[in-house]
Design a protein around this ligand. Structure first.
Ligand SMILES: [Zn+2]
Length: 100
């Protein structure tokens, strides 16, 4: 485990710069980076382990999407359609012709 110290410069994803930037370590919890400050835009934020934030899901879009789904599947059973039993092709045993 690397020994972090306050003021260390570490890479992290900056939400304002929208990219991985140099950050100053401003807060440590249990020896792990907790908060960092972007050296470019000087904004403080939680250390993200260089991970960009997940895309926000628009609630309105989600509702619209659900609406469309209901129209497609009005029953709303949701269960998988029962598969009709497909007739198996008759297995033709390859009988070797044995000449007697
Ligand atoms: Zn920044």
């Amino acid at each position: 485990m690397p020994d972090y110290r306050l003021g260390d410069v570490i890479d992290d994803f900056c939400v304002k710069c929208k990219r991985i930037m140099n950050h100053n370590l401003v807060s440590l919890v249990n020896g792990e980076p907790a908060k960092v400050r972007c050296r470019t835009c000087h904004s403080d934020h939680d250390y993200r382990r260089e991970q960009p934030p997940p895309p926000k899901i628009d609630a309105k879009k989600q509702a619209l999407y659900d609406e469309v789904l209901k129209k497609v599947n009005p029953d709303g059973s949701g269960g998988p359609a029962p598969e009709p039993e497909a007739p198996k092709p008759p297995a033709k045993g390859k009988s070797k012709k044995t000449s007697t």
